[in-house]
Design a protein around this ligand. Sequence first.
Ligand SMILES: NC(=O)C1=CN([C@@H]2O[C@H](COP(=O)(O)OP(=O)(O)OC[C@H]3O[C@@H](n4cnc5c(N)ncnc54)[C@H](O)[C@@H]3O)[C@@H](O)[C@H]2O)C=CC1
Ligand SMILES: CC(C)CC(=O)C(=O)O
Ligand SMILES: [Mg+2]
Length: 358
Amino acid sequence: MTARILVLPGDGVGPEICREATRVLEALQRDHGLDVELEEDLVGGAAYEATGEPLPAATLEKARSADAVLFGAVGGAQWDELPRELRPESGLLQLRSELGLFANLRPAMLYSQLAHASTLRHDVVAGLDLMIVRELTGGIYFGQPRSTRTDTHGRRQAVNTMLYTEGEIERIARVGFDIARRRNKRLCSVDKANVLEVSQLWRDVVNEVGQEYPDVELSHMYVDNAAMQLVRAPKQFDTIVTGNLFGDILSDIAAMLTGSIGMLPSAALDEQGRGMYEPVHGSAPDIAGQGVVNPLATILSVAMMLRHSLHRQDLAERVEHAVGDALDRGLRTRDIMDDEKQVASTGEMGGAVIDMLQ
Ligand SMILES: NC(=O)C1=CN([C@@H]2O[C@H](COP(=O)(O)OP(=O)(O)OC[C@H]3O[C@@H](n4cnc5c(N)ncnc54)[C@H](O)[C@@H]3O)[C@@H](O)[C@H]2O)C=CC1
Ligand SMILES: CC(C)CC(=O)C(=O)O
Ligand SMILES: [Mg+2]
């Protein structure tokens, strides 16, 4: 049956990276029997400009009925003064929430060809293969109340609420344990239970769910220490499970261990395993439109789509190997460049991956 994929390029570099990822899907369709139908629509700032909303009802409807969504990135300084609900980033948060995409898988894998690009010494990162499981539809990004107000002295104050229910923690903990079980059976839950009530509940519930997984070694770590340990000795981690805010920050740290934020893909999955696939990075307005953005995070997100939503493990591996082969050929976008290599534009890098799919 033909799988319907909705492509939402968004803003900044979003259209450039989605173009390359789409070319990869089309190549798989043409040469490797992938049965897909692609459709594109507006989201984020681009949607706001066209319709007055960062997530138009038509886009949401298409996302609901698609078999998978490929998402680029949203945001840009020109929209930062808008009311919060009209900002591009709100469109993304609403999309994740409306689709129930609570489980965000953010693998950080070092391609050996990029060991020089990592901020860490080769022996510290060689063979790095880490999975961050981030809760994506709860926590402080969604908690109520949230507001900015003025007190009786005319001074401004602002509030956000970090709230997790037992049920939300249970379901993401299960995803973490299940993934750890399929990997190296080690799960580290990251929180701030020494200070936050919500983190104490997080830790208690993760421990309770852990009773069902006696074969998985569970540890806990405070988020400040985890940030430090990630850059000190990242290979001590196998699978990390954490909340929305902490996972957002830790995954950007993990990105640099692999050489660049332009290398990190992600999958956001619902309870049925339906998903939206996007690079971990944002819309990178500082390099948008120059043809220099690294498309590999988005292309690797296509590999995650092939694995999790389209059930084509074979093609997922083909894409992942093709990325390695393109790097072997010596091509590098600017963010992963080193002296002896050949600088590649976004399109050249995407083209090289497509050549290597053969
Ligand atoms: N999922 C999304 O749509 C996200 C959107 N954003 C939004 O993106 C905008 C920019 O945010 P920033 O904090 O600057 O984060 P960013 O991730 O867009 O960029 C941070 C830095 O990394 C570089 N970079 C990012 N992706 C790259 C790639 N593929 N290749 C080469 N270099 C790359 C950028 O040029 C920039 O110097 C903001 O409006 C922000 O709200 C931020 C994060 C996620
Ligand atoms: C821009 C935010 C909505 C999200 C973010 O930074 C992320 O999901 O990595
Ligand atoms: Mg982020």
